[in-house]
Design a protein around this ligand. Structure first.
Ligand code: GLA
Length: 306
């Protein structure tokens, strides 16, 4: 299957911003707003050994290859040990959606203690896509643990939080309230007992799709995709969407987001992290374009652009 319809940066190579600095946006997601792409992710360029993350970075671009550094739009804090964003805490997988009703940009992220027992989801708000974001606090969604997560905004503005819960054994999909500041209490349990994480959700022709990884920490494993007629399920698993050499290890990456290319319906970019656990700041980005075939299948393949 030819996927040569978009040019992206070379997967796995160092990706530099417009100033020539290594891009720090791990576990990230992309928001398209006002004709500009905003890429948010974990800034792991930390100099203090005990620090997990410097905060959430934002980069912007009009073509997905040239990225301007918009700075750390939600920094970790150094002066309050009880703060969720204290510099030794875990701040992972930030995702931003725009609330058309309130005009707010909403950042939702995994907040945890260094031992991953706190297991919460944090919320921050901004009036502009490139921040600054005001952190308002964290919750355990519907009283349940929340670790790896993502958010999905449907065409009608209804949004959902998707997170690994119950000791990571089962995922939940929970409805966000209309102001994206809390949950409605409606949720479903999916992939029960299957230990899935790193969710990335997308929609095509009225169906919802989700790519997840297995649960092996920073080590890569086989991805799985699933389909549903409603975000609240039932979800049906479809196997590994990756094909070719190293497909069983997701090309040594882990999913983080699927970007829908709005001007090309049916075309998407699979965004994944190639983690380097001993040097997380040098973890690499692997973005692979894919398209739905006429019979509703996808194949994610390694692709180079030279
Ligand atoms: C998995 C998760 C990451 C991070 C690491 C920590 O890879 O997907 O976001 O939490 O585990 O081990």
């Amino acid at each position: 299957m030819s996927t040569g319809f978009i040019h992206l940066l070379e997967p796995g190579e160092p990706w530099l911003d417009s100033k020539g600095e290594m891009i720090q946006a791990h576990g990230g997601g992309v928001l398209l707003h006002g004709g500009r792409y905003y890429w948010f992710g974990e800034n792991r360029d930390v100099s203090r050994k005990e620090a997990k993350v410097l905060g959430v970075s934002c980069y912007s671009s009009t073509d997905l290859t040239h990225w301007q550094d918009e700075g750390v739009v939600l920094p970790t804090v150094y002066d309050n040990q009880d703060h969720d964003l204290y510099f030794t805490q875990v701040v992972e997988r930030p995702k931003v959606i725009y609330n058309h009703r309130s005009g707010e940009f909403v950042m939702i992220m995994h907040i945890d203690s260094p031992d991953y027992k706190y297991a919460r989801v944090g919320f921050a708000f901004s009036q502009a896509p490139d921040g600054p974001y005001q952190y308002v606090g964290s919750i355990r969604p519907n009283g349940a643990e929340s670790r790896d997560m993502t958010v999905f905004q449907d065409d009608d503005g209804k949004s959902y939080l998707i997170y690994s819960s119950e000791g990571n054994a089962t995922m939940h999909v929970a409805e966000l309230s209309d102001d994206y500041r809390s949950l409605t209490g409606v949720y479903c349990r999916i992939f029960e007992g299957q230990y899935r994480e790193a969710p990335a959700v997308f929609k095509y022709e009225s169906k919802y799709y989700m790519i997840t990884s297995g649960c092996t920490g920073w080590k890569s494993n086989e991805a799985q995709w699933a389909v549903a007629d409603s975000m609240l399920g039932p979800w049906r698993t479809l196997g590994n969407p990756c094909v070719g050499p190293d497909a069983e290890k997701t090309f040594y990456t882990q999913s983080t987001f699927v970007l829908a290319l709005e001007e090309r319906p049916g075309s998407f970019v699979f965004m994944a992290d190639r983690w380097k656990p001993d040097n997380l700041r040098d973890s690499r980005y692997i973005w692979l374009p894919f398209k739905f075939t006429e019979d509703g299948q996808i194949e994610i393949r390694w692709e180079t652009y030279e």
